[in-house]
Design a protein around this ligand. Structure first.
Ligand code: ADP
Ligand code: MG
Length: 270
């Protein structure tokens, strides 16, 4: 994908449909959804409750199997009428980082081990996993909380640790279900700035479900779902060029940016 070749989308869906149940109880959660998201893009997924947002995120994350359609992730066709890979867990470990509304950190592991566990599961030796976990925590400005247990973290800190965990295996695709819903608007802004920075620095594609009107302007594009149909994709006011003009936490972002530089194209994990 590097070099002069035409840029291909990191996430590409065509005709993706998903229903639950049959007959009278059938619910069409997704109807022929087509979309694509490029490296470096941060897109917001909006829609009323029950419109299919979580289902769409879970399909892209290879958690929910669609009924039909075609999907390519990071250059690999992973679904065409059926999963083309049997090791979906590995597919997720390799390609996808999830961030949830509530951090979902394991309560009995400290920050470092919450992040290191994902690396270890992917086959990284224990010591290397810990070292990289601590680097990531520092990158996300929570290095000083590396030994804290989840219960000791503030909401913003816990979400940063969760983002570190989502990034641990260098996924190019980051999926977030209401990542800022549990945060006040200042913290929400900082998390959004961080996601934008990650997309730019790691050339990741980020798709985030949100209801949060305060952060809608920080997406490059907005996808709207209604009754399982993708209604429109619109350029956000922030647009692409707006990333650098990010309005909050600039000094902090700049520091994180410098710290993050060492992750760019550095040695692969495996
Ligand atoms: P949203 O995240 O936008 O609120 P969802 O994707 O969770 O919407 O749900 C879309 C529709 O699919 C809803 O009608 C929901 O009830 C239905 N649905 C989602 N998951 C399941 C499931 N596992 N079993 C049955 N119905 C489901
Ligand atoms: Mg949902």
């Amino acid at each position: 994908m590097q070099g002069g070749a035409a840029k291909s989308a990191l996430v590409e869906l065509r005709g993706i449909s998903k229903h639950f149940g049959e007959g009278e109880t059938r619910v069409d959660a997704l109807r022929e959804v087509a979309l694509s998201v490029d490296a470096g893009e941060v897109v917001g997924l909006l829609g009323p409750s029950g419109s299919g947002k979580s289902t769409l995120l879970n399909v892209i994350g290879a958690i929910v199997e669609p009924n039909e359609g075609w999907m390519r992730l990071d250059g690999e066709v992973v679904y065409e009428h059926r999963w083309l890979r049997h090791d979906l867990r590995r597919l997720r470990l390799e390609k996808i980082g999830f961030i949830f509304q509530f951090h979902n950190l394991l309560p009995f592991l400290d920050s470092t081990d919450n992040v290191a566990l994902v690396l270890h599961l992917a086959g990284c030796p224990k010591d290397d996993s810990k070292r990289r976990a601590i680097d990531l925590l520092e990158y996300l400005q929570v290095g000083h909380r590396k030994h804290a247990m989840p219960a000791q973290l503030s909401g913003g800190e816990a979400q940063r640790v969760a983002i570190a965990r989502a990034l641990a295996n260098r996924p190019r695709i980051i999926l977030a279900d209401e990542p800022t819903a549990a945060l006040d608007s200042e913290r929400a802004g900082i998390v959004m700035d961080l996601l934008r920075q990650l997309a730019a620095e790691q050339q990741a594609a980020i798709i985030a479900v949100t209801h949060d009107e305060k952060i809608i302007g920080r997406f490059d594009r907005i996808f709207r779902l209604r009754d399982g149909c993708l209604e429109s994709t619109e350029e956000s006011a922030a647009g692409r060029g707006g990333a650098e003009a990010g309005s909050s936490g600039t000094a902090e972002s700049a520091r994180a940016s410098r710290a993050g530089a060492r992750f760019d194209g550095s040695a692969p994990l495996r």
